[in-house]
Write a protein that binds this ligand. Structure first.
Ligand SMILES: Cc1cc2nc3c(=O)[nH]c(=O)nc-3n(C[C@H](O)[C@H](O)[C@H](O)COP(=O)(O)OP(=O)(O)OC[C@H]3O[C@@H](n4cnc5c(N)ncnc54)[C@H](O)[C@@H]3O)c2cc1C
Length: 300
């Protein structure tokens, strides 16, 4: 495809253009990626585009969209293409009586994108039931075991290596179908209030801060204990204390409900997002002496 608008590829609905986008299918993926590398053409992999801030200037290279999305339910787990929506995986797992994904219901995006950032919610992460991942490593397709993926809170080896995730094999424990489906429904209800379906955003902008990290140790004494959730200091709370809620630059604003959420009214620019991000980082650095880390990725 030619002359793509990045705002149409991302849930934040902003960004300039890209001249070319390849929609990768399972069979042509390695060949197309190999050719791009051989010709030294810069490329950026996009899944669901739900965790991306795309530059207003657009992207000079090629956008590579992971378009294969098969899900196969096996005896002891699920084999899933990287381009499958995470929600489809949650539903398949629930319906098949496999536990582990039910609390991830409602996280938008693809399985590839979720594994890249080790997406999670309500105490669970997508990598938990993972057995191995099929990747294209720049020269060949191969499987890597979970213990080689360096999964941590919203982190993985994929943030450091230019590998493309193609498929994932999950080995899952059994659960009660009815309960799993019920749990997912409950979570979707909660999430729909937090993120109405037409909200133009990229989810949480910054990562929360694990108490055990050096940043966490620096902050812990200043935190009311009841604010610490699941061993993490919520960045939303820190941002509230520096008056982030309702802050606005141009057409982008910090949500009145969640200080770690930026919302585009539809006419926003990536530069406005970046100005707010930099302002917030500065305020937190001044007040707490720590530097916030973005969870969102920049496409530029
Ligand atoms: C309303 C809303 C709510 C959200 N709630 C949550 C939440 O509760 N928990 C949470 O963890 N996240 C949440 N997010 C963030 C986002 O949905 C997740 O990070 C999601 O897993 C990203 O998947 P994606 O396919 O959209 O990735 P994209 O946004 O397309 O890409 C994100 C990064 O992953 C890389 N990538 C994507 N696919 C591949 C691949 N196949 N191989 C290699 N690299 C790849 C991209 O290059 C990019 O760097 C939310 C976002 C929104 C908009």
């Amino acid at each position: 495809m030619k002359n793509i608008k990045l705002k149409n590829l991302t849930s934040f609905r902003l960004g300039g253009g890209a001249r070319v986008m390849y929609c990768l299918e399972e069979k042509n993926a390695p060949l197309i990626l190999k050719n791009l590398i051989k010709k030294k053409i810069n490329y950026f992999v996009v899944g669901g585009g739900t965790n991306i801030i795309a530059s207003d200037k657009g992207f000079e290279g090629v956008i590579v969209k992971i378009s294969f999305n098969k899900i196969q339910v096996l005896k002891s787990g699920i084999l899933c293409d990287a381009g499958a929506p995470l929600m489809k995986l949650v539903n398949e797992a629930n319906r098949s009586g496999f536990a582990g994904f039910e609390t991830l219901a409602g996280i938008p995006g693809t399985v590839g994108g979720a594994l890249f950032g080790n997406a999670g919610a309500y105490g669970k992460e997508v990598s938990e039931g993972l057995s191995k991942i099929k990747i294209f490593d720049g020269s060949r397709v191969r499987w890597i075991a979970k213990n080689k993926c360096a999964f941590a809170y919203r982190d993985s080896i994929f943030k450091k290596r230019p590998w493309v995730i193609l498929q994932a094999l999950f080995k899952l424990k059994r659960g009660d179908k009815k309960n799993l489906i019920k749990k997912s429904k409950e979570i979707i209800c909660i999430r729909n209030k937090k993120y109405p379906p037409d909200l133009k955003c990229a989810g949480s902008i910054f990562k929360n801060i694990p108490v055990k990290s050096s940043m966490g140790q620096k902050l812990i004494k200043k935190m009311p204990p009841e604010k610490i959730i699941g061993g993490k200091i919520p960045v939303g709370f820190l941002l509230e204390t520096v008056g982030a809620k309702g802050m606005r630059v141009g057409e982008i604003r910090v949500s009145e409900d969640h200080a770690n959420l930026l919302i585009n009214n539809g006419r926003g620019k990536a530069d406005e997002v970046k100005t707010i991000i930099n302002n917030l980082k500065l305020k937190i650095k001044r007040k707490y002496g720590v530097v916030l880390e973005e969870e969102v990725r920049y496409l530029e």
